[in-house]
Design a protein around this ligand. Structure first.
Ligand code: FAD
Length: 427
């Protein structure tokens, strides 16, 4: 056994790194065991909701987020014919106390990684260390680890928090009978292309239907010399899932001919989708998968957080946001119950049920469900949306989704900080 530390964290993604920073804030030693040998800024754009931005600001990242993120001020659903179904303000423009940001996922991860090194020290994260399982000991928990030099080793701690994502080894041990990730036939192709600002230049736009759609939002500010912005985009098609899902990572590069023909005539006076796709230097494929909810995240002193606990379809821009919130809620439970199984139980008690419901809600298209209603009623082509769907119906749908995902404006603005400034776990 090479090391004993209070909180062991499996995985240095957004959940694991936020967890380490939260432990540091509340005075609890933590060690991150990350399987990749070198941290690299993988992925393309993600949106972070105000509930997550609030937590990152409490961790001292307000200025950094302003530097790496683009404040999203508008969110729009657009029908297949190119006309607005719904447009609403987002972030501070909508009245939240915190912004919504579009960021490059890899840049966010590297920001958190460097902060862990700065604040906890370079030994607080061991890359090239894959957690393969765990066992509960008399007064703690032991993580089984394949180390960088190819040896099997053990690390002990008071708790093990599994932030090891979709393919979590810890979850696989906790739930040995769980099925493979669930795939409903949706495939995403993702890229980023320099292009002219679209709409307000700060808008998240979703065009199409639940079965064929195009998501777009900027992830850089407008270059003063060229007038262009880096435009993050996702094209999505639903295919017959009976062949089964083959892979799911952030970095399978593919050719645009695999999907562009389906979007060939998606050209509107405000957005030329085929040109945007053709201009991307690289395109990545990602089958949209989740996992069936489970009835427990806790086994003694081991607890799942982030995607390991509740990976969900990315239809509501809230998986990473929730991963951040998870880490903060766990920190609050440590403050309340001490670092041990009671905190893990309290975390599960608060979040398992609502998150399991959200996983299933996202499987049913989340907020994009409105485009399905429009498709059913008029095939996606209309002159006046009020003839197709009343505004009240959309408003109710949207507020219900925000409440379920934890970012209803009034509730979030009124809620006290998850972790009060200066709070420390009693020694
Ligand atoms: C296409 C797409 C678009 C998305 N868009 C958004 C969005 O707009 N907004 C949003 O909030 N969310 C979005 N998400 C979801 C978001 O990316 C995830 O919810 C988030 O990355 C989860 O973070 P995590 O740290 O829990 O897991 P991960 O990011 O998967 O990190 C897990 C980490 O653990 C490491 N690891 C894996 N196995 C082991 C092991 N056995 N031992 C040690 N380390 C291990 C991995 O290398 C990785 O570093 C999107 C997801 C996808 C797929």
């Amino acid at each position: 056994m090479v090391c004993t530390v209070t909180v062991l964290i499996a995985g240095g993604g957004i959940a694991g790194l936020t967890m380490a920073l939260t432990c540091h804030q509340i005075g609890v030693p933590a060690l991150v065991l990350e399987s990749v040998r070198t941290m690299a800024p993988l992925g393309v754009g993600i949106n972070l909701q105000p509930n997550a931005i609030r937590e990152l600001c409490d961790l001292g990242f307000a200025d950094d987020l302003d530097r790496i993120g683009i404040e999203a001020t508008e969110w729009a659903l657009v029908g297949r014919g190119g006309n607005d179904v719904w447009a609403e303000e987002r972030g501070r423009s909508a009245g939240y106390r915190w912004p919504q940001y579009s960021v490059h996922r890899g840049e966010l991860q590297m920001l958190l990684y460097r902060a862990v090194i700065d604040r906890l020290g370079p030994d607080a994260i061991l890359t090239g260390h894959r957690v393969t399982g765990y066992h509960t000991a008399v007064d703690g928990v032991v993580a089984h680890v394949d180390t960088r030099d190819g040896k099997a080793d053990e690390f002990s701690g008071s708790v093990l928090l599994a932030a090891d994502g979709l393919h979590s080894a810890v979850r696989a041990q906790m739930h040995p009978d769980q099925p493979e990730p669930h795939w409903g036939g949706q495939i995403l192709w993702r890229g980023a292309t320099p292009g002219p600002p679209v709409r307000s230049g700060a808008c998240f736009t979703l065009v199409g239907t639940p079965d064929q759609r195009f998501v777009h939002y900027p992830i850089s500010s407008i270059d003063p010399d060229t007038g262009l912005q880096l435009q993050n985009w996702i094209a999505e098609l639903t295919v017959d899932p009976s062949g089964g899902v083959v892979q799911s990572s952030w970095n399978k590069e593919v050719d645009i001919d695999e999907f562009l023909p389906a979007f060939a005539d998606w050209t509107f006076d405000w957005l030329d989708i085929p040109s945007l796709v053709r201009g991307a230097p690289a395109v990545w494929e990602f089958p949209m998968v989740d996992r069936n909810p489970v009835d427990r995240w806790v086994d003694g002193r081991t607890c799942l957080i982030g995607d390991a606990a509740h990976v969900m379809y990315p239809v509501g821009s809230n998986g990473a946001s929730q991963a951040i919130v998870d880490a903060r809620v766990m920190g609050a439970k440590f403050l309340e119950h001490g670092v041990g199984p009671d905190a893990a139980e309290a975390f599960e008690e608060q979040l398992l049920e609502p998150m399991s419901k959200l996983v299933l809600r996202n499987r049913g298209h989340g907020p994009i469900g409105i485009l399905g209603v429009v498709e059913e009623r008029c095939g996606g082509y209309f002159d006046d949306i009020d003839d197709v769907i009343p505004r009240d119906e959309i408003e109710v749908f949207m507020s219900n989704y925000k409440a379920a995902a934890g970012f209803a404006i009034d509730a979030l603005n009124a809620a006290p900080s998850t972790i009060q400034s200066g709070a420390r776990v009693a020694p």
